[in-house]
Design a protein around this ligand. Structure first.
Ligand code: TYD
Length: 224
């Protein structure tokens, strides 16, 4: 396999991220309508007020190229494998240009969705073979994984009500409740497989309750 050595830390062995002093990679996940955005902004603000350099970013997106791929992903019809390939192409660029350099200089990177979303949406939602995703993940990430993942969990019906009150839906947000039930199930599987990095947040709570849960989980997490 080509390692891409010298480009933003590719080639690092699995698990090294959590051991390295400095940088911290935090991701937020959940079905559309879970309400991540407010809490991502609040966490970033809190960490900045403590003097941390915080890089706030998102997937798909986070670099010029990846943002262009995001537009295609959210609006152009395509099959599940094409979705996965574009998502990972965007991720590769994002990692190399933004995430890896930020972690290398000791920043906290907070990313709205990452590879767990690919397993949830393309794997669970679309039914794409997980082995394909496992392979793409290994090629693209070279062992890089989030140190901490907040999974905002709530029933698809509740999320659908929240989405109905917001802006025009994209290609994913237009999917039915059964799709989001599969996405949720796939998140649950990812969380069960990596309990040391996943924190499940009950996203049905009030905004204050969810915010308190995020802060408590961060304070209690061994990396902090
Ligand atoms: P989202 O992060 O919810 O952005 P916004 O809050 O602006 O709607 O939207 C991104 C969409 O992309 C979301 O529906 C999930 C989907 N997605 C995938 O299907 N696979 C992926 O790997 C990622 C990162 C996102």
């Amino acid at each position: 396999m080509t390692s891409g050595a010298g480009q933003g830390g590719a080639g690092r062995p699995a698990g090294a991220a959590a051991e390295r002093a400095g940088g911290l990679f935090i991701t937020f996940e959940g079905i559309d309508g879970a309400g991540k955005s407010t809490h991502i902004a609040a966490l970033a603000e809190r960490l900045r007020s403590q003097g941390c350099e915080v890089v706030l970013t998102r997937e798909p997106g986070g670099s010029v190229l990846a943002e262009r791929l995001r537009e295609l992903l959210l609006h152009e019809p395509m099959d599940a494998l094409t979705e996965a390939l574009l998502v990972f192409a965007a991720r590769r660029d994002h990692l190399q240009r933004s995430i890896e350099p930020a972690l290398a200089r000791g920043a906290v990177v907070i990313c709205d969705r990452f590879t767990d979303a690919t397993f949830a949406y393309q794997g669970g939602g679309r039914g794409l073979d997980q082995r394909v995703l496992v392979r793409l993940e290994a090629w693209v990430q070279q062992g890089r994984q989030p140190d901490l993942t907040f999974w905002f969990d709530l029933p698809p019906a509740v999320a659908a009500e929240r989405r109905a009150a917001s802006r025009a839906p994209d290609r994913f947000e237009r999917e039915d409740e059964a799709f989001f039930a599969r996405v949720r199930q796939a998140y649950a599987q990812r969380a069960a497989a990596a309990p040391q990095r996943f924190v499940r947040i009950d996203a049905t709570g009030t905004r204050d309750a969810v915010r308190a849960a995020v802060e408590a989980a961060l304070a209690a997490h061994p990396i902090r």
